[in-house]
Design a protein around this ligand. Structure first.
Ligand code: FUC
Length: 750
């Protein structure tokens, strides 16, 4: 497994460009980003609240007399190297309590500490439940307390998702089973009571007059990310037992302290203030607040909450050692999740990782990087089976599983899209050890696939022979989506080989081939052409906007370097419209941000935050969020949560444009674009801790629509240029340096 290292040393120096002020090390402050409700959940995908530690997740309903905690473990997948398979439900914990009807009910999810709390009163007793997922302890912890001794009488059940039987020994329910692919799994539920008695009855525990109790949940499978070992490691029993035993030796507050020690520093790396909301809104339960937003769409604190929720969800579903976040993160309700809860490669899994680097959660990339690394050999075999034994490199299909098996159509440039995230991880962290050992070797072999595959068209331009624009149109040569991804792959791999100072001959071939690629073209209605021929339908409202890859997440088309193409991209995007599904709204938000139209990007965010309860499958409309703020495609798909979070970051800071100067030799340096797409509704605010390519961390404050202060810290010691409203400023940085710039609101606008 790969773990990055970051330099945290800081050195403050005076900056003489613009106004220079030595800065303190401001701590991120988040004013308790919180989801709260006055009613328990009755529906899994739209109302229950998610917790997770990357390995184990839960959706909590919070019913006072009937609590339902549905649980998942990340590696519980059917499938194998030939079949994609599906992520599976681990099981359902239910807790039935014998007390009267509850009043003063509240449930909340505090993102600042990753804590779920339920409080209510029944028969004069105040009840309180606190639940969280601990990454260091690798367990879920739930504490049930009450204001009166002996208040808890009831029953705790567990139903395994595949009907494995429960065995009760001492204070633990153990449920161990095996899936159709032979994968072994185990769940342990430890009940630690205070006062009263707990007895085993017919496969469950009965609580009698208990004062308070803890439930510790441990789970695991024998999945091993190693194809040479058949993807299987040791039976999970020993590891799960150890995790649960170790956790049970600690008090609730010790467990909580360790969980917060891990989670809080990551979460609080970024704070955001997009403006103040009306007090009557910020004090409403989240479902009512979302309903008001749908009507009026003015609630900047809700938008900031949505941004932080994306970061919370990433921290909950993608942590070093876990599998990557799938279509529903780590949470699936049953054994037939929508689209199998798989790793969809023609937008979805990539979108899951759009916020990781820019919102300062680089560690959350690691599961994706490790996953890509783990499937290489399986994919090579499948790619050879499709295109012949001499084929070099590898690629994927649209629907991909945990063991490298894949289904449905080939997404031929999909492995190239994966490689983009591998490069981005370097571009942001400047970790050359990672690039040399992990990122570059994968990028190189995917380049080899394209090196052997591209063909000249009638004009001598290199084209992909059988391209496809997901998920529409015919298979034909030179489709823009394919061309742009190959360009991006070559571009990043060329840079990577320069950074590492290796493979000059191969690099030269890539440089040559990149220059001969069929490049994006402007069509007859001023649009960016989706296909090699000018046949785009101006009324096409398809959710996928794959031909705009070069604008976002790629950087072949930018407002500065290719303004005409950027204009054409805006024409295409405008025609595609703003009414679409969840993730497609989020992509449009990112695209408008790159096209520097802050108000349009914000309008997409407003569309994204329209609350819905529709859980049926929708393709071209109906996107939004559920009352629990999970993205409604519909149905629930987590990609939109992540894409929209990335979109907000992109509205405030961009760093995809590059430049060369003598000091940078042949290597790309980055332009840090400050407030490139600030919407008028966010006239005053601040953000702390966003990341930029080149190894920078950036804080920004703005007032009345003008940037007032920017703080830039460099981990890599690279130079950069700051751009604000067309005004470019070269900045020479050394490793560990941090500078603060004050901006006169009279900075000339270009
Ligand atoms: C892609 C999208 C669908 C859906 C599915 C999971 O196929 O086109 O809208 O998000 O992935």
């Amino acid at each position: 497994m790969y773990y990055p290292t970051r330099s945290h040393s800081r050195r403050l120096i005076l900056c003489l460009i613009l106004t220079a002020i030595a800065s303190g090390n401001a701590l991120a402050k988040n004013t308790h980003p919180m989801l709260s409700y006055n009613e328990p959940a009755t529906e899994w995908q739209s109302q229950a609240l998610p917790i997770g530690n990357g390995f184990t997740g839960a959706m909590i309903f919070g019913g006072p007399q009937h609590e339902h905690i549905q649980i998942n473990t990340d590696t519980l997948w059917t499938g194998d190297e030939h079949n994609r398979g599906e992520s599976q439900n681990l099981g359902d914990i239910t807790i039935d309590l014998n007390h009267g009807v509850a009043s003063h009910y509240r449930r909340q999810l505090d993102l600042s500490t990753a804590t779920h709390t339920v409080t209510y009163t029944a028969e004069g007793v105040d009840y309180r439940r606190v639940g969280f997922a601990s990454y260091p302890a690798r367990v879920l912890v739930f504490e049930f307390t009450a204001s009166r001794h002996g208040a808890y009488t009831g029953d705790i059940h567990f139903a395994d998702g595949h009907a494995a039987p429960n065995s009760l020994a001492g204070d633990t329910i153990t449920s161990a089973g095996q899936l159709s692919n032979g994968l072994r799994y185990e769940t342990q539920i430890r009940v630690v009571p205070k006062g009263g008695s707990v007895t085993a009855r017919d496969g469950h525990y009965h609580l009698d007059s208990v004062d308070s109790f803890l439930i510790i949940v441990g789970a695991g499978t024998d999945y091993l990310a190693d194809h040479t070992k058949g993807w299987r490691g040791p039976d999970p029993h020993a590891a799960v037992t150890q995790e649960v035993d170790t956790a049970a030796r600690q008090s609730f507050s010790e467990l909580k302290k360790a969980q917060e020690k891990d989670y809080c520093p990551l979460f609080h790396r970024v704070s955001i203030d997009l403006g103040k909301s009306d007090h009557t809104l910020s004090t409403l339960p989240t479902d009512q607040r979302l309903a008001k937003y749908k009507a009026a769409a003015v609630d900047p604190e809700l938008e900031a909450l949505s941004f932080q929720y994306g970061r919370y969800l990433l921290l909950s579903s993608s942590r070093p050692g876990s599998l990557p976040a799938h279509l529903q993160g780590i949470w699936v309700e049953n054994n037939n999740p929508p689209w199998s809860g798989d790793f969809h490669s023609d937008i979805n899994v990539e979108m899951n990782y759009w916020p990781s680097e820019v919102t300062n959660l680089s560690e959350c990339d690691i599961p994706f990087i490790d996953y890509v690394n783990s499937i290489r050999e399986v994919r090579k075999a499948d790619t050879k089976a499709q295109w012949g034994d001499k084929t070099r490199g590898w690629t994927i299909r649209c629907e991909n599983g945990a063991f490298g098996g894949a289904a449905w159509l080939w997404n031929i440039p999909g492995s190239g899209w994966y490689c983009q995230q591998l490069w981005e991880h370097y571009a942001f962290t400047q970790n050359t050890t990672y690039l040399r050992d992990v990122g570059y070797p994968i990028m190189k072999e995917v380049c080899e696939f394209w090196h052997d595959r591209l063909v000249p068209n009638a004009d001598g331009k290199l084209v992909t022979p059988d391209g496809w624009s997901p998920e529409e149109g015919d298979i034909e040569p030179g489709v823009t989506y394919d061309q742009e991804i190959v360009w991006d792959l070559f571009n990043n791999t060329i840079q990577a080989s320069k950074v590492l100072n290796i493979d000059p001959d191969f690099r030269a071939q890539l440089v040559d081939m990149q220059s001969r690629l069929l490049s994006p073209k402007i069509g007859k209605w001023g649009q960016l052409m989706e296909w090699a021929t000018d046949k785009d339908d101006p009324d096409n409202k398809h959710r996928h906007v794959s031909h705009l890859y070069a604008v976002y997440p790629g950087n072949q088309i930018t407002m500065t370097s290719t303004p005409e193409l950027a204009k054409a991209a805006a024409v295409s995007l405008d025609h595609r419209g703003d009414e679409t599904t969840g993730w497609a709204i989020a992509w449009r938000q990112c695209l408008w941000a790159r096209l520097r139209d802050g108000n349009r990007a914000h309008r997409l965010l407003q569309n994204y935050l329209r609350v819905t309860s529709d859980t049926s499958i929708q393709y071209e409309a109906g996107g939004g969020v559920y009352p629990n703020m999970l993205c409604a495609c519909p149905p629930f798909q987590i990609d939109g949560n992540f894409g929209s979070t990335a979109g907000i970051a992109e509205m405030l800071l961009q760093s995809h444009e590059t430049y060369h100067d003598p000091s940078s030799g042949d290597l790309d340096r980055y332009v840090l674009d400050l407030l490139p797409a600030l919407p008028s509704l966010w006239s005053t605010g601040s953000v702390h801790g966003l990341c930029a390519r080149g190894g920078f961390t950036v804080d920004l404050s703005w007032k009345d629509g003008h940037l007032t202060k920017a703080t830039v810290a460099s981990t890599g010691g690279e130079d950069c240029r700051l751009r604000y409203r067309g005004h470019l400023m070269p900045v020479h940085m050394i490793r560990g340096e941090k500078r603060e710039f004050s901006f006169d609101t009279a900075v000339p606008v270009k």
